[in-house]
Design a protein around this ligand. Structure first.
Ligand code: FES
Length: 338
């Protein structure tokens, strides 16, 4: 497992904090040294709670378009990172950051026309990419479908209005607000083909809860979008049965964490990271979805099953490293933080 300093070697000072909606705040940051390389739609790992933990947040700013860096964060009840960033951090405080990460960006998803779908806080990378496309690809049509629960939950409401006025030919925004009627806003082939008749010719990028993105990708496929032009982004665990979902009568397995001999236990099929954290063992786990590699541990012995593993190199896999957030415990395990 890596430590916060090695994961987040960069620093930034909080310039301003503003409330976007009842539960979403934007933190504007000035990166140390005045410069930070990133692409629209990427995220960074951020040291939170006095650098005791690391979490991943989308950079909601846009390189070369908006000044400095911004993080837009929804406060989640009992969320260590989001509560600390939105309630404790003040202008003038310093945050630790990683280099920018992620492939959910137009640079890795080329296209002559875009359909960007977002639900809830999934709008943050979509706003970053929209500003960038409007500025740097002026001939490229961009349609945004933004699902929100209520009017008051619409993030960047004023900026969306301003962008539409400034780019009436290039940008089409459909705000699909649940409180205005579920039947008119739910994702379906009829809705998508009605709002975006040329969807088959577009690059489709979705961000939001996993079920939302799965539905968006499946519908895009159904409506003729080639697989290579369908992209999605999530920080949620992939292919990982949570500890709580293991059957109550499943056999239980012991986990020993070297070099200190910390012990944990879980039912067969339980998630390794969750089992260790349930014992209060400090773990660095930023994205919790197999993307960042911050939770890697080496299995010295025992049976396990891996979900996502793309954050590990071929050599690390051969050496027995796993991503704890994406690892199911299938027998007694001895693991090491390396
Ligand atoms: S927390 Fe990012 S890969 Fe596990």
């Amino acid at each position: 497992m890596q430590d916060v300093l090695s994961l987040c070697p960069r620093e930034a000072t909080v310039r301003a904090i503003r409330r976007e909606t009842p539960d979403v705040w934007t933190l504007d940051l000035d990166p140390a040294g005045g410069h930070y390389d990133y692409l629209p739609g990427q995220y960074a790992l951020v040291g939170v709670d006095q650098d005791r933990h690391v979490r991943a947040y989308t950079l909601s700013s846009t390189p070369g378009v908006t000044p400095g860096l911004s993080l837009t964060v929804r406060r989640i009840e009992n969320g260590i990172g989001s509560t600390w960033l939105t309630a404790r951090v003040q202008p003038g405080d310093r945050l630790r950051l990683s280099a920018a990460q992620g492939r959910f960006t137009p640079e890795h998803a080329p296209g002559d026309a875009y359909l960007l779908l977002a639900a809830g806080c999934g709008i943050t990378p979509v706003m970053s990419m929209t500003r960038w496309l409007l500025t740097h690809r002026p001939g490229t049509p961009v349609t945004v479908l933004y699902h929100a629960r209520r009017e008051q939950d619409v993030i960047f409401a004023d900026e969306w209005r301003a962008l539409q006025q400034r780019h009436p030919c290039q940008l089409t925004l459909h705000r699909l607000i649940r409180e205005h009627g579920r039947e008119h806003t739910q994702l379906s082939a009829t809705l998508l083909s009605g709002l975006v008749p040329d969807i088959a010719a577009r690059t489709v990028m979705s961000c939001g809860p996993e079920t939302y993105m799965a539905a968006a990708s499946a519908l895009a496929r159904q409506l003729g979008v080639p697989e290579a032009r369908i992209h999605s982004e999530t920080f949620l665990p992939k292919n990982v049965p949570a500890v709580e979902t293991a059957p109550a009568d499943a056999p239980r397995h012991q986990i020993v964490l070297e070099p200190w001999g910390d012990r944990a236990e879980t039912a067969r099929g339980g998630n390794l990271l969750a089992a260790l954290e349930a014992q209060g063992i400090p773990m660095i786990a930023a994205c919790r979805s197999g993307d960042c590699g911050s939770c890697k541990v080496k299995v010295l012995s025992g049976d396990y099953r891996m979900g996502a593993q793309s954050a590990l190199s071929a050599q690390e896999l051969a050496d027995g490293w796993v991503l704890a957030c994406c690892c199911s415990v299938e027998g007694d395990l001895v693991v090491s933080q390396g």
